[in-house]
Design a protein around this ligand. Structure first.
Ligand SMILES: *[C@@H]1O[C@H](CO)[C@@H](O)[C@H](O)[C@H]1NC(C)=O
Length: 365
């Protein structure tokens, strides 16, 4: 027993050693990421600045002063290095420059907004176990008209409200046959639902919230208004302008799906897009492909919408066939794959299976 354990330990250390060495070799052997964008490695510094220029043009960034510009350039450079690290740790995805490349991790976190609490509100039940045989190999709710266009939360920690509207938009489509874009601002302004077990942990507009609390609010309030009747402002100082006569989608019930990936897939296919939470650290630099990092924290900090899955993502280094989840994000269409993220399926990568909820809408006529 002891001997087996120490063998196992020795083996793990060996693996770790090999991994560390190969990373170190990569580090000294010239950096893959910079090489992609720079022809002359001797002029890396100038190249980084050129790259910054291209970034500013592409994302229409302008800075108030030279000081601000220089500061942003230094942040940009450290984000280039971060993207390189992410590329090495996550070789089946492409990492590089995004609209967040001039932001510090703290500034980036303002584009998230999931409260870290994992307790569920009183009205959430556990989703019944569904049969999982006969699940399709590939499935995408976008092909069935249940998903609205990609939205943009802006610099407001309201991800939770977009995840909530996305799930209810899909459920409402299944219940009524109509795809209505729903109001996040109603949730940002009006939903102050609190965790039943933790005082002071409440949905708080741009300061974060939880999808399950938002379903609870929506259930109690009677439903959500249309996006165009209560438009998004990315600010949370407004008073609540909810008009109950304008509700177009209502929650019938909502439940928490088990950690099992087959159950998640079965609930997705049967009940529509699911509200899920994820750790977003790799998303700051994500350009495309299937994200499947060797290491990723399972600390959940971002609420998104699971809309489908695929059987065989492109993965040059590891398994050839890499199954993945298709995730709708709320950072606009210019981020990721037209606003979407693919993350590998199979082992709760970045916590994607840890907090999944399904909602059912009331049938209307
Ligand atoms: C949830 O609501 C839907 C639609 O009204 C209904 O069909 C379903 O039975 C409900 N589920 C639970 C667990 O109450």
């Amino acid at each position: 027993m002891d001997r087996q354990f120490s063998l196992l330990l020795a083996f793990s250390l060996l693996i770790a050693g090999v991994a560390a060495t190969s990373f170190a070799a990569d580090e000294s052997g010239g950096d893959i990421f910079i090489r992609q964008v720079v022809e002359d490695e001797d002029h890396q510094l100038n190249a980084e600045e050129d790259h910054f220029g291209a970034f500013k043009r592409k994302f229409m960034k302008s800075y108030a002063s030279q000081e601000e510009h220089d500061y942003r350039l230094s942040v940009f450079k450290s984000n280039l290095r971060r993207a390189e690290r992410h590329q090495k740790l996550d070789p089946s995805a492409v990492h590089g420059v995004t609209q967040f490349s001039d932001m510090t991790p703290e500034e980036f976190s303002k584009h998230l907004g999931l409260r870290s609490r994992l307790k569920f509100p009183a009205d959430a039940s556990e989703a019944p176990i569904l049969p999982t045989d006969n699940l399709p190999d590939d499935f995408d709710w976008r092909d069935h008209g249940a998903v609205t266009g990609v939205k943009n939360q802006g610099s407001c920690g309201s991800c939770w409200s977009f995840s909530t509207t996305g799930a209810l938009e899909g459920a409402n489509f299944l219940a009524t046959g109509k795809l209505e874009s729903l109001s996040e601002q109603q949730l940002v302004d009006c939903d102050h639902e609190c965790d039943p077990e933790e005082k002071g942990s409440c949905d708080a507009g741009c300061n974060g919230g939880l999808m399950n609390s938002a379903f609870e609010y929506t259930l109690k309030a009677g439903g959500l208004m249309r996006e165009k009747d209560y438009p998004y402002t990315a600010k949370d100082h407004g008073t609540c302008k909810f008009d109950k006569t304008k509700v177009v989608a209502s929650v019938s019930n909502f439940s928490v799906v088990s950690l099992d990936e087959n159950q998640i897939a079965a609930n997705l296919v049967k009940h529509g897009p699911l509200a899920v939470a994820i750790n977003a650290v790799y998303m700051q630099t994500y350009i495309g492909g299937v994200s499947c990092p060797f290491v990723c924290s399972k600390r959940l900090d971002h609420g998104v919408l699971l809309v489908g899955y695929g059987a065989s993502g492109y993965a040059p280094i590891r398994l050839k066939e890499k199954p993945y989840w298709i995730i709708k994000n709320s950072w606009g269409e210019n981020w990721g794959e037209n606003g979407y993220y693919k993350i590998c399926k199979g082992h709760n990568v970045c916590g994607v299976d840890s907090m999944v909820s399904t909602v059912a809408a009331i049938h209307r006529h």
